[in-house]
Structure formats: structure tokens, C-alpha cells
Design a protein around this ligand. Structure first.
Ligand code: FES
Length: 105
């Protein structure tokens, strides 16, 4: 499915993500800036913090305990904050828009 990342400056990048991979992996594979993923997807660094389009937020499984705990410490957390490494890409996410925080470039 196509997923669009928009950075804090408004620059949009659409990527072809594959079902079963994480949103973070899809971003890294397509050189999306602002998703450093320092911990490699272990839910430990929060450098994959994104804001999920509210339309799609309800389509995602709720964050697990580890993700929720980490999200409490991220800079500029919002109700639609998620960690991209904890989101599994599925066909349902086709057309989803996620934004990266201004603190991540
Ligand atoms: Fe580190 Fe997601 S890649 S928490």
C-alpha cells in the first residue's frame, strides 16, 4: 500500500510499503528523513515517532505497553502519536498519511 510521510516543513514523500513490514522499515527502505530508528525497531529509542492521520488511527491496533510507556517520554507527544516501528503495514493502511515531528529531521 502507498503511505505518505509529511515532514514538519510540509514536504511529502509517498512510499510503497509492503504488508507485514513495519512502518519504520518502509520509511527507512525509502530514505524518508526524520525516522532514524536508532534502536532498530526494538521499541527503545522513540526516534521513529510519527503522528498518524486521525482517520487511520482507529484502524491501528492499540499501542502495546512498551510503546505506550515510551510515548510518554517523547518530545511533543500528541493523542495521535505512535512509534512507526510498532505499526505493522497492512492493506487497510493504503493512503495513510503520517507526519514526522519538527524535532526529527
Ligand atoms: Fe526505536 Fe521505534 S525504532 S523505538
Amino acid at each position: 500500500p502507498t503511505i505518505t510521510f509529511i515532514d514538519a516543513q510540509g514536504a511529502a514523500r509517498s512510499v510503497q510499503a509492503e504488508c507485514g513490514q513495519s512502518l519504520m522499515t518502509a520509511a527507512r527502505a525509502n530514505d524518508v528523513p526524520g525516522i532514524d530508528a536508532d534502536c532498530g525497531g526494538m521499541c527503545a529509542c522513540a526516534t521513529c515517532h510519527v503522528y498518524v492521520d486521525t482517520e487511520f488511527l482507529s484502524q491501528l491496533p492499540a499501542p502495546g505497553d512498551g510503546e505506550e510507556a515510551l510515548l510518554e517520554f517523547v518530545d511533543k507527544a500528541q493523542p495521535n502519536s505512535r512509534l512507526a516501528c510498532q505499526i505493522c503495514v497492512t492493506e487497510v493502511l493504503k493512503g495513510m498519511i503520517v507526519r514526522t515531528p519538527s524535532s526529527q529531521r
